[in-house]
Design a protein around this ligand. Structure first.
Ligand SMILES: Cc1ncc(COP(=O)(O)OP(=O)(O)O)c(N)n1
Ligand SMILES: Cc1ncsc1CCOP(=O)(O)O
Ligand SMILES: [Mg+2]
Length: 208
């Protein structure tokens, strides 16, 4: 499955939720128009089981499911790809294990030079952030909105922005150069279908 060029990138929030609730919430986000789902679970209960359920529902909506942090889990469940941060493994290893069609995304924080290196190494998208204070990851280091504009000038892979993004503040990130908005709390701390629609509306106001 291809990584989209724009849209809402919804990331799961399984803490204090049942497996059924997470699946229902992800389906609601998909109904609302989420274009990518990432399974991110820092305190897993039954990770392969939940990941497989999410993969099934994502594919029913022809939407890719990426796995956060774990190349092994992505391989085990046949996910569409993986998201790697600075301590999560190498692009080359992910590519070798997951294959040429896998979507491999990387965190670049506030570092455009790193993003160029990662894109040259085969990353399918690069992510910058956090742009606004994030309740989901309070200690995430800040990134500057100007970084998005600099990234846009020198990168051809899609640019993802993350961190404290709401329908009210996402537009400025798109205007600065982000292609996708990655969101946890703004979608899953609310009714996810309506929340996803509110983000999707931002893309209707941006030039292609
Ligand atoms: C789309 C996207 N961007 C950034 C991150 C953060 O990755 P990382 O720095 O590895 O932090 P954790 O999410 O693992 O806490 C992400 N997950 N997704
Ligand atoms: C995983 C991650 N990396 C930087 S901020 C963040 C959390 C984003 O969640 P939220 O959209 O709730 O701020
Ligand atoms: Mg990580």
């Amino acid at each position: 499955m291809k990584f989209p060029h724009r849209g809402l990138y919804a990331i799961t929030q399984p803490e204090n939720r049942t497996i059924n609730q997470v699946v229902k919430d992800v389906e609601a986000a998909l109904r609302g128009g989420a274009t990518v789902i990432q399974y991110r679970d820092k305190n897993p209960l039954d990770t392969p089981h939940l990941a497989s359920l999410l993969l099934e529902i994502c594919h029913a909506y022809t939407t890719p499911l990426l796995i956060n942090d774990s190349i092994e889990l992505a391989l085990a469940v046949g996910a569409d790809g993986v998201h790697l941060g600075r301590d999560d493994g190498e692009i080359a290893v992910a590519r070798r294990l997951l294959g040429p069609d896998a979507i491999i995304g990387v965190s670049c924080y506030n570092d455009v030079e790193k993003a160029r290196t990662m894109a040259a190494a085969g990353a399918d998208y690069v992510a910058f952030g956090r742009f606004f204070p994030s309740g989901s990851k309070p200690l995430a280091a800040p990134a500057e909105i100007a970084t998005l504009a600099r990234a846009k000038q020198s990168l051809t892979v899609p640019i993802v922005a993350i961190g404290g993004i709401l329908p009210e503040n996402g537009g400025q990130l798109l205007a600065a150069g982000a292609d996708l908005l990655a969101v946890i709390g703004g979608v899953f701390d609310h009714e996810p279908e309506a929340a996803a629609r509110a983000y999707q509306a931002l893309f209707n106001h941006q030039p292609e």
